[in-house]
Design a protein around this ligand. Structure first.
Ligand code: TYD
Ligand code: MG
Length: 462
């Protein structure tokens, strides 16, 4: 009778064990072991002979070489039509690279990938889907408009069959939707299990590295936001992108969390429309577009940087008397600990009575930002709401606030100033330390250097 062999796998790190263990000895996580079928016993030849591993000959062993003697050729990256994707990848798709794109269901991963497949006009693209039928993909392709005759669709989940088709088609780029639906005949457990995900990724990795064809994988994420499957999935691929955004808002953000070929601080912004995703090349304009003619209290504009991109964002605060004993502090898109700290600074250094007030903070547009340069805008918005005095619409702010209420310098102020000027701001509050080696005459914007928080507040609110 066929006996089934099972092993236990850690869902976190992919370590394996012959019996169930409560705590993974490899990564230390609790309760992560799950039983998976690995191999049917009768497919193995009992007591099969294995060749003894040959001692490595000296000529094959890698030898240390001075780094100056190692030559490489700048890889010709494939620049897509999508400027945002090129940016997050560090300048285009690197041949032979494995890119993983994770995101919540329904956020638009399949749409983004199909759109990219359609836009690579000069290349033969194979889009493998294990999630949707050909008809469904065709329907989506029609919504996206222009269709690329060199884009092939394959609905298949078995990796051996996929490789057979790849052999015939010889695509220049491969897209897999999604890695969790694939299964390899070499492993017996079900699709989406740790051993399957690991095996399928390993096969695709080998394919990508041996042929130089870039492979883009779509990955599901778990409810806590990490990519489903073993953590080693993220270690195996070259680049990990996260596609995120509020499903109720139309903006989507493509963020790099790992990149072997570029910076991880890059960010791409899209807008989901009826006919697919539109690139947003000037995000400040849309982030600020909902400002009304009248000036409202509790609103301040901060000049921040996301990756290398300057961005002007609207910081909104609402300060109301607390109805219950403990005042509430709530922040959306901003670190709430940092908000607590800034409120404490305002209370102690500027003598504001915030202890009896609820404070709500929101970064408009659904962005999540952690740039310390937003500190001053946050403080200004809070004070503006507390006193119910609006800040003039032509003013923006960029500085970090220290614990003693001092205004600290921020990085790359010239870029922030340039962006603010481009968007028509007339005045910018910065740190006096930033103002030092800066040629202020170069900018058509009035710079207000400040050393202490009080100076900024009296400048803004008189
Ligand atoms: P989809 O790419 O299927 O998401 P995922 O693969 O991440 O699960 O995107 C689904 C959402 O996108 C769906 O709610 C409808 C919306 N959508 C548009 O608004 N416009 C479009 O042109 C397309 C194709 C989808
Ligand atoms: Mg999908």
């Amino acid at each position: 009778m066929a006996k089934i062999k099972t092993l236990y796998f850690c869902q976190n790190c992919g370590a394996q064990s012959v019996k169930w263990i409560g705590r993974c000895p490899s990564c230390g996580e609790w309760n992560t072991y799950v039983e998976e079928v690995v191999q049917k016993e009768d497919t193995k030849v009992a007591g099969s002979w294995k060749p003894p591993t040959a001692a490595p000959t000296l000529s094959k062993v890698a030898k240390p070489r001075p780094v100056s003697e190692i030559h490489y050729e700048e890889e010709a990256r494939i620049a897509t039509q999508d400027g945002e994707l090129n940016r997050v990848l560090g300048g285009g798709i690197v041949p032979g690279s494995l890119v993983l794109i994770g995101g919540e269901p329904g956020i638009g991963k399949s749409t983004l990938m199909l759109q990219i497949a359609m836009s690579l006009r000069r290349l033969k693209v194979l889009y493998v889907s294990g999630e949707e039928s050909e008809q469904q993909i065709k329907m989506r392709a029609e919504r996206l408009g222009d269709q690329h005759p060199g884009c092939y669709i394959l609905t298949e989940t078995n990796t051996q069959n996929i490789f057979k088709q790849i052999d015939q088609l010889q695509p220049n780029i491969l897209i897999i939707d999604s890695i969790q639906t694939l299964h390899s005949g070499l492993v017996e457990s079900g699709a989406g299990s740790v051993s399957q995900v690991r095996e399928c990724t390993a096969e695709l990795l080998k394919y990508a590295k041996e042929t130089g064809v870039p492979v883009m994988l779509i990955g599901h994420i778990t409810k806590d936001g990490s990519i489903a499957g073993p953590k080693i999935l993220e270690h195996m691929v070259d680049t990990v992108l996260q596609f995120e955004g509020d499903r109720h808002l139309s903006y989507r953000i493509l963020r790099t969390t790992k990149n072997r070929f570029g910076s991880t601080s890059e960010l791409g912004i899209y807008e989901m429309q009826g006919a697919g995703l539109r690139q947003v090349s000037n995000p400040s304009e849309i982030l600020l577009s909902q400002r009304h003619g009248e000036e409202l209290s509790g609103m301040a504009i901060g000049a921040t940087l996301e990756g290398n991109r300057p961005l002007l964002v609207e910081v909104q605060a609402l300060v109301t008397p607390a109805t219950y004993g403990t005042p509430q502090r709530s922040a959306t898109g901003f670190d709430s600990k940092r908000l607590q700290m800034l409120l404490a600074v305002l209370e102690k250094r500027s003598g504001l009575r915030l202890g009896q007030h609820d404070v709500f903070l929101n970064i408009a547009g659904g962005l999540r930002l952690d740039d310390p340069a937003l500190d001053l805008a946050v403080c200004a918005a809070v004070v503006s709401s507390l006193n119910d005095i609006p800040i003039r619409g032509e003013v923006c702010l960029a500085a970090e606030v220290g614990l003693s209420g001092e205004i600290r310098a921020v990085s790359r102020l010239d870029q922030r100033l340039g962006e603010a000027e481009k968007l028509g701001f007339a005045e910018m509050y910065i740190s006096q330390f930033n103002a030092r080696g800066l040629d202020l005459a170069r900018y058509g914007i009035r710079v207000q250097p400040a050393g202490r928080l009080d100076e900024v507040l009296s400048g803004l609110f008189g």
